[in-house]
Design a protein around this ligand. Structure first.
Ligand SMILES: [Zn+2]
Length: 181
C-alpha cells in the first residue's frame, strides 16, 4: 500500500500553545511521539498501540496534566507489551503490597517490603493506588485520579528503568525532559 497524501487534524504545536508550561508540554509531545515510534515494530501493525497513542494525544490536547499523562502512557505501553510488573501481589511471597513496594536494583518487578532487601526504587502506596486506578481509566478521566509529585517521581524512575531495559537504551526525549527539570 502506498500513502500519497496526509492531512494533519491536530498539531502538537497547537496543543503546546494551550498549555501553561509550554516548554514542558513541547518536551512531552516529543516524548509521546518517540515512545510510539520506538515501540511500533516495523511491519507489524499494533492497533492497540495506535489507539492508546491517539487517545493520549487527545487528552493532552484537552489539557490533561502532562506528568500524570506521561506516567499513564508508560504504564499502558508496558502493559500492552505484557512486560509491566505484577501489581496484584508480591511475586516472591504472594503477599499483599501493604505499606508499598520496591523495585529491586537489578530486577524489573515489584516486591513487597518484607521481601525487599538491598534497596532499589521505592514505590509508595499512593503510587500503587494511581497505577491500579489507571488500569481501569481512560486518559480523559486522568484529572480525577490524584498523583502527587513524590509518587509521580517514583513511577517516573521505575518506568524509566523498565523502558531502558526493554528498549536497551534511554529515549533522547526522556533525557531532555529530565535535564529541563
Ligand atoms: Zn514478598
Amino acid at each position: 500500500m502506498r500513502i500519497n497524501y496526509i492531512e494533519s487534524q491536530r498539531s502538537p504545536l497547537a496543543i503546546v500553545a494551550r498549555h501553561a508550561e509550554n516548554a514542558s508540554a513541547l518536551g512531552h509531545a516529543e516524548y509521546f511521539a518517540e515512545l510510539i515510534d520506538e515501540w511500533a515494530p516495523e511491519g507489524h501493525a499494533d492497533e492497540r498501540l495506535y489507539r492508546l497513542g491517539s487517545s493520549v494525544i487527545d487528552a493532552f490536547a484537552d489539557g490533561a496534566a502532562t506528568e500524570r499523562l506521561a506516567r499513564y502512557f508508560e504504564f499502558w505501553l508496558l502493559r500492552l507489551q505484557g512486560v509491566y510488573p505484577r501489581l496484584s501481589a508480591c511475586p516472591e511471597c504472594g503477599g499483599a503490597f501493604d505499606g508499598g513496594a520496591m523495585m529491586p536494583a537489578r530486577e524489573p518487578l515489584y516486591v513487597c517490603l518484607r521481601c525487599a532487601v538491598g534497596g532499589g526504587t521505592a514505590i509508595s502506596l499512593d503510587a500503587l493506588r494511581f497505577l491500579r486506578s489507571a488500569a481501569g481509566a481512560s486518559p480523559e478521566s486522568l484529572n480525577g485520579i490524584p498523583l502527587e509529585a513524590g509518587p509521580g517521581q517514583e513511577l517516573e524512575t521505575a518506568h524509566r528503568r523498565l523502558i531502558q531495559l526493554h528498549l536497551e537504551k534511554e529515549l533522547k526525549s526522556a533525557r531532555v525532559l529530565r535535564q529541563m527539570r
